[in-house]
Write a protein that binds this ligand. Structure first.
Ligand code: SF4
Ligand code: SF4
Length: 210
């Protein structure tokens, strides 16, 4: 009997939880039903990619030491590092480097682990092509920096929806000079540094007192 009551209790608890989750999901749906559609007139208007957007990779040929770490950490061993050993200098000489963006999943592992920081992710997302083989970028194409949305005179840059101030639903309605929702990464870093400096000072005063 006790076991049966426990089962009923568990069932009721799970039902209440399921109802709560369904309610939470539907609240998002109902919230969106109140909003009007927002159309960004691409390519004349473009949203500014977020700071940590993982777009097309940029490569700096002169910094590469041909260590092939990027190949080993890539889930599909994608970067092609073509090097030869120079017997005179006893060092590797890089001949070519390429990444095929038709296959790349933009995970950022190669960028994260490159020991000389010669790889970085840019904000370029316009990689459409009629032939997928055109997406195999060599070191020359990889060395090209993208044109920023904010620098392009032909484009009206718009804030991404996640960065609009509270209550603003449409980037077209954005009053000039308004703060975005959330803080910039540089502000967060500055706050962390201040916090760390305070903690260090506190620790030093405790140590001095002992
Ligand atoms: S990890 Fe960096 S330095 Fe090493 S081969 Fe790749 S791009 Fe070059
Ligand atoms: S971003 Fe990821 S998938 Fe693309 S080359 Fe780098 S490690 Fe490989």
């Amino acid at each position: 009997m006790l076991n049966f009551l426990k089962q009923v209790g568990d069932y009721a608890k799970e039902t209440a939880q399921a109802a709560k989750f369904i309610g939470q999901g539907l609240s998002v749906t109902f919230d969106h039903m109140k909003r009007r559609p927002v159309t960004v007139q691409y390519p004349y208007e473009k949203l500014i990619p977020s700071e940590r957007y993982r777009g097309r990779i940029h490569f700096e040929f002169d910094k590469c030491i041909s260590c092939e770490v990027c190949v080993r950490v890539c889930p599909i061993n994608l970067p092609v590092v073509d090097w030869e050993f120079n017997r005179e200098t006893k060092k590797k000489t890089l001949n070519h480097y390429s990444i095929d963006f038709g296959v790349c999943i933009f995970c950022g592992n190669c960028v994260e682990y490159c020991p000389t920081n010669c790889l970085s992710m840019t904000e370029e997302y316009e990689l459409a092509s009629y032939d997928r083989h055109n997406l195999n970028y060599d070191n020359v194409a990889l060395g090209r920096l993208p044109y920023k949305v904010t620098n392009d005179p032909m484009v009206t840059p718009m804030r991404e929806f996640g960065y609009l101030p509270k209550g603003v639903m449409d980037p077209h309605d954005l009053p000039a000079g308004t703060q975005r929702a959330g803080r910039l990464p540089k502000d967060i870093l500055a706050e962390l540094e201040t916090q760390k400096a305070k903690e260090d000072a506190k620790k030093a005063s405790v140590e001095a007192a002992e």
